[in-house]
Design a binder for this molecule. Structure first.
Ligand code: C2O
Ligand code: CU
Length: 549
């Protein structure tokens, strides 16, 4: 039964909180989590379940001494014939995954990492909607992993090679054989060449590792990067560009006293997997506490939460707002004014921040009480032209009556006799069980994500984009005893910043989250999963198959 001890204790808290206001309202008001913290995310709980280990306290590091690195652009290495036989030659990139060491902070020793093109984050791809490209992803990593593999996890058995990689372009409408199916991993010395058609709206995509059973370790080691698609509609909006467009890849880590990445391990001998990882050290584009000099004008920030498990509630110390213009799958219908940006792992926010009138100020980007980075506003610069348009990209709602099928799918956590979390499942099914979700290409479905656990889970579907219909609290106890959804409050509409196209949705605890999906693109075998990487690796991932229409 997927009800947890923790839930029994906290259910009343969850329900009370859900009925009065969703988590996000609290986050947006800049509140810290008192009773909510343990439910939504608890550093303390995660720590209790892992071996004690000394780590560097980030509060002992000097603030804002390193400039913010801007990842380089991926470079074309040539042109190759398109694999689909079309006559046009396509831009071809060759990206090597390599081990290297780099300082995360001026006062730390270089940290061993694994990066695409030997940088973390990897080089940024930049392309136009409708312009296909090919990438050869080359595994040039060492033969040994430097993070703790749990061989009791499905897909990471001891007879398999330790170092296995496969690349997924998150948010891409890509053919199945270029999507990075978790079992399509390959070992050092091998590579895979993928085709990305890019027939989709301008958006912030990101590429990352997806190897079965060790994705959490490969991404923690550094295997992630951004992939930006642009289009004419976006260009016509005259948004801040060039040096005024700043990518921010934000994630949390833990560091051992020797400045090396520390990944926590459980208290169980031979089974190091831990259910959640929250590092106290926040890294932006590969640096801790970086600073960026900005002109007193508007900037466009392209933000990714690349953490394994941590959500971010970002705010500016000046109290000024963000203008959120886009979400996972591109532009919102119009800018949303927010003082806090809530991002769960894998979610993206496209935001404009206006530093005009802030000459000489030092503005800190914060996550709750933690400092993340600093903006130093210079006193001059060329005069800014252009203002933020109030219409961006129209988003037509998919009508519920167009759906040919509604699926009810549970999110569950399973405990051992001592109450320790051992795995998480989608709809009670393991990865290896037969495929149960087989939508037909070009049809519309509604998926009801019924969260029976005490945690919020960011749920991601490959290949498609979707819209959030609503979130509605239900009684977990009734569900567990009678397998019936008994709602205990009205549905909440999506947050304003969630009213565009999404590919990852936060499923709150004790809530049915409804999404509506148009399965456009390609037929074939894909996956859907929780993007808390510890969950994803331990069975909270399922194949799904898009059938030919
Ligand atoms: Cu970010 Cu299955 O992916
Ligand atoms: Cu999860």
């Amino acid at each position: 039964m997927p009800i947890t001890r923790r839930q029994l204790l906290k259910e009343s808290t969850i329900l009370a909180a859900m009925l009065t206001s969703p988590w996000t309202r609290a986050a947006q008001a800049g509140l810290t989590w008192c009773s909510g913290s343990e439910v939504l995310q608890s550093d303390g709980r995660a720590l209790l379940k892992s071996q004690p280990h000394p780590t560097i306290n980030p509060n002992t590091l000097a603030r804002f001494v390193d400039p913010l690195p801007i990842p380089s652009r991926a470079k074309i290495s040539g042109y190759r014939p398109s694999p689909d036989g079309a006559r046009d030659k396509l831009p071809f990139y060759r990206i090597e995954m390599r081990e290297f060491a780099e300082r995360l902070h001026r006062d730390l020793a270089p940290t061993r990492q694994w990066g695409y093109g030997a940088s973390v984050p990897g080089p940024i791809f930049e392309t136009q909607s409708g312009k296909p490209l090919m990438v050869e992803w080359v595994n040039s990593l060492p033969e040994k992993h430097f993070l703790p593999i749990d061989h009791t996890i499905h897909g990471a058995e001891a007879n398999l090679p330790e170092v296995r990689t496969v690349v997924h372009l998150h948010g891409a409408k890509a053919p199945a054989d270029s999507d990075g199916y978790p079992e399509d991993w390959y070992i050092p010395g091998k590579s895979a060449t993928y085709l990305y058609p890019n027939h989709q709206d301008a958006a912030i995509l990101w590429y990352h590792d997806h190897a079965m059973g060790i994705t959490r370790l490969n991404i923690y080691a550094g295997l992630l990067g951004l992939f930006l698609i642009r289009d004419d509609l976006e260009s016509a909006l005259n948004l801040p560009s060039g040096k005024y467009e700043i990518p921010l890849v934000i994630y949390d880590r833990m560091l051992s006293p020797d400045s090396q990445l520390y990944y926590p391990v459980s208290l169980k001998a031979g089974a190091p997997w831990v259910p959640e990882v929250y590092g106290d050290t926040i890294v932006v584009n590969g640096k801790i506490f970086p600073y960026l000099e900005v002109e007193p004008r508007k900037y466009r920030l392209r933000i990714l939460n690349g953490s394994n498990g941590r959500f971010f509630a970002l705010a500016l110390s000046s109290g000024q707002p963000f203008y959120q213009i886009g979400t996972d799958q591109g532009l919102l219908p119009s800018p949303v004014v927010l003082r806090n940006i809530l991002l769960f792992p894998a979610e993206r926010a496209d935001v404009v921040v206006d530093f005009a009138g802030k000459e000489g100020q030092r503005i800190v980007l914060k996550h709750q009480s933690k400092e993340v980075m600093q903006f130093r506003v210079l006193s001059g610069g060329p005069k800014e032209t252009g203002s933020l348009p109030d219409r961006l990209r129209p988003v037509t709602a998919i009508t519920q009556s167009s759906a040919t099928r509604t699926r009810s799918l549970t999110l569950g956590e399973y405990l051992d006799a001592s109450g320790e979390s051992i795995l998480m499942l989608l709809n009670g099914l393991h990865w290896k069980m037969p495929v149960t979700e087989k939508p037909v290409l070009n049809t519309v479905e509604i998926w009801n994500l019924i969260n029976l656990t005490g945690d919020a889970h960011p749920i991601h579907l490959h290949m498609v984009r979707f819209q959030i219909l609503d979130r509605r609290p239900f009684d977990i106890f009734t569900y567990n005893t009678q397998k019936q959804v008994k709602f205990i409050g009205p549905p909440f509409p999506p947050e304003p910043a969630e009213t565009g196209w999404k590919d990852t949705v936060r499923a709150d605890p004790g809530v049915v989250t409804r999404i509506i999906i148009h399965f456009e693109g390609y037929p074939g075998r894909y996956v859907w999963h929780c993007h808390l990487l510890e969950h994803e690796d331990n069975e909270m991932m399922r194949p799904y198959e898009i059938l030919h229409s």
